[in-house]
Design a protein around this ligand. Sequence first.
Ligand SMILES: [Zn+2]
Ligand SMILES: [Zn+2]
Length: 168
Amino acid sequence: MRIYFEQITEDGKKFSLSKSFSVDDTEYIVDVFEGLIYPAGEGFLLDAKLKLRINDNCDRCLERFEEAFEERVTVEIVKRDNEAEESVELTDEDVGFYIVEESAVDLDHILMQESVLLRPFKRVCSEECRGICSGCGANLNVETCKCKPDVDDRWKALADFMQKDKNK
Ligand SMILES: [Zn+2]
Ligand SMILES: [Zn+2]
């Protein structure tokens, strides 16, 4: 969805869209991206609610899982004219920047950029996720480790040994 700057009045222009896209193995399902773009200083400010689900693999157990996020997103849209090219200063770390060189802003692009930024660096399906066994590769959330019987056998051998010793 493109919004032309000439469509944006002093009161701002409302928008609402949804979109799904993938980056590598990560799926982003944006259910709600709605808000307002209004003139601010030399450019525009976008203020929106972003509701999405991120679907990818857990870093610990490698299983696919989905997590929901909801975030208020503020993006400053800066029009770049040739003279002011080098002087875009980041003043507020919480406010995203989006620089356009045309007469319109592509909301899909902002939606994608902000969605990808929301993805946590570490993706864990749950704080309690027990991951996979480095020995046998068993998913410890759903099955018991296949390395265990070996340990049990050893204990059993020792128990048998003790038993034999006692019977002497
Ligand atoms: Zn997991
Ligand atoms: Zn194991």
